[in-house]
Design a protein around this ligand. Structure first.
Ligand code: FES
Length: 237
């Protein structure tokens, strides 16, 4: 199998490593394709549909999510046909109906030429990109949250909407959320996330908060560190 694949994107010949997706090939060539649920550290998922492009193979043309579609030799990709632009606008309008004010969505909206949504605004905040769920599962190695319900009722939630027993309060889900939907606070030695309070471990020397006890315990066991490894903070070591 050749190392490189040659394709055309908007009429330009682009070479990219075999196994790349269209989005990755476009990024290498500095061709802008809007996207919201893609992150190089996570497995491609194709949730937001913002990255839609048109591909032609022989006589057949169709639309695909560029973040999950692997490139092949001779593939023809168009990122800005009228059909693509219309679908993209529709996707952005649907996002604006769930979260009309967030700067990340407004920025994409202005890039694709959308000023307001045609749909009834029902503020949900979350745009269901699934980055939080995937980060929890794929990066942290925990399965504390997942999608719940279907259609309009779909949301990200903890099992049975209760305190998540598997959550270690690392905050990775909040960190990766592109629309700041997941709330995480820290006050009086406690981190609160997913409506659950997690005590923070204090440095035994200086008394500073280090991190949630549960998170430190999780990492300590995962990499087999000694019991007292996190007794002191980085400053005091
Ligand atoms: S970035 Fe491709 S579907 Fe979201």
């Amino acid at each position: 199998m050749p190392d490189k694949v040659s394709l055309t994107i908007d009429g330009r010949t682009v070479d990219a490593p075999a196994g790349s997706t269209i989005l990755q090939a476009a990024q290498r060539a500095n061709i802008y394709i809007p996207h919201l649920c893609h992150n190089d550290e996570l497995k491609p998922y194709g949730a937001c549909r913002l990255c839609l492009v048109e591909i032609t193979h022989g006589k057949r043309t169709r639309q695909v999510a560029s973040c999950i579609y692997e490139i092949t030799e001779g593939l023809e990709v168009k990122t800005d046909t009228e059909r693509v632009k219309n679908v993209r606008k529709l996707v952005v309008e649907l996002m604006l109906a769930r979260n009309p004010k967030h700067p990340a969505i407004r920025k994409i909206a202005s890039k694709v030429g959308v000023e307001k949504t045609r749909f009834a605004v029902e503020i949900k905040g979350c745009i269901l990109c699934g980055m939080c769920i995937r980060t929890c599962r794929e990066v942290v190695g925990v399965n504390a949250i997942s999608y719940k319900s279907r259609g309009f009722l779909r949301e990200v939630a903890t099992p049975f909407n209760e305190s998540p027993t598997d959550c270690i309060a690392c905050g990775s889900c909040a960190y990766v959320c592109p629309v700041d939907f997941i709330q995480m606070t820290e006050k009086n030695g406690v981190r609160t996330i997913w409506n659950t309070e997690f005590p923070l471990q204090k440095c035994k020397k200086c008394g500073r908060d280090i991190a949630p006890e549960k998170q430190l315990e999780y990492f300590r066991k995962k990499v087999n560190l000694p019991e007292n490894h996190f007794d002191t903070c980085l400053h005091c070591r």
